[in-house]
Write a protein that binds this ligand. Structure first.
Ligand code: SF4
Length: 190
């Protein structure tokens, strides 16, 4: 099973509670005006990675960075839901202590019920709903006030989600990645 991936980050402090590995999937058809990450929209770009490769990457990231879980963002993970579900199931089976979170522009009501129920069983939290540039929010994890942060297990409470921040990573080759909440977030050096 393959997933089309825009980018990977081994450890981030601004994409959910604690240090977390992050995957940005490639492909989103929702077209929210003001989207911060339009380079993730084209479903034909990015890299096609086997779920097993992603799990190997996560195992290494969790060993070397002491992350407490994985966040899947995008692009939109629900546009590759079958592969994301397989990834989450295999990750939870291999790393039962790790937590999982997901960002999607879809609302719960838009998602096929059985699929979303199956997805929820593999998630500790999710942020759902379109980004609305006219309804900015400074609440943890949500960029606009129409979006919701849902908790699906007792692993976290709302108090575990820190204020919005933006993180800048620059690697040895000069590759720069910016993540988090660039409009209202305060800066954190990654
Ligand atoms: S759902 Fe997310 S990635 Fe897709 S257009 Fe909206 S803000 Fe951008």
């Amino acid at each position: 099973m393959f997933l089309r991936v825009h980018a990977l980050m081994e450890s981030s402090a601004v994409n959910g509670p604690g240090a977390r590995a992050v995957i940005w999937v490639q492909g989103c058809s929702l077209g929210c005006p003001g989207c911060w990450n339009p380079g993730t929209h084209d479903p034909l770009r990015g890299s096609r990675l086997d779920v097993s490769e992603i799990l190997e990457w996560f195992a290494k990231a969790s060993r070397e960075n002491k992350v407490e879980g994985l966040t899947i963002s995008g692009g939109d993970p629900m546009e590759q839901a079958p592969a994301v579900l397989v990834l989450l199931r295999r990750l939870k089976a291999a790393h039962p202590g790790m937590t999982t979170g997901l960002f999607s522009g879809y609302t719960e009501r838009e998602l096929p019920e059985a699929l979303w129920r199956a997805m929820q069983r593999q998630l500790d939290f999710a942020v759902l709903g379109r980004f609305n540039v006219g309804r900015r929010s400074d609440h943890p994890m949500v960029s606009s006030t129409n979006q919701v942060l849902r908790l699906y297990t007792a692993r976290y409470s709302m108090a575990d989600f820190a204020a919005q921040s933006v993180e800048v990573h620059i690697d040895d080759t000069g590759l720069t990645q910016i993540t988090g909440f660039p409009v209202l977030g305060s800066p954190v050096l990654g």
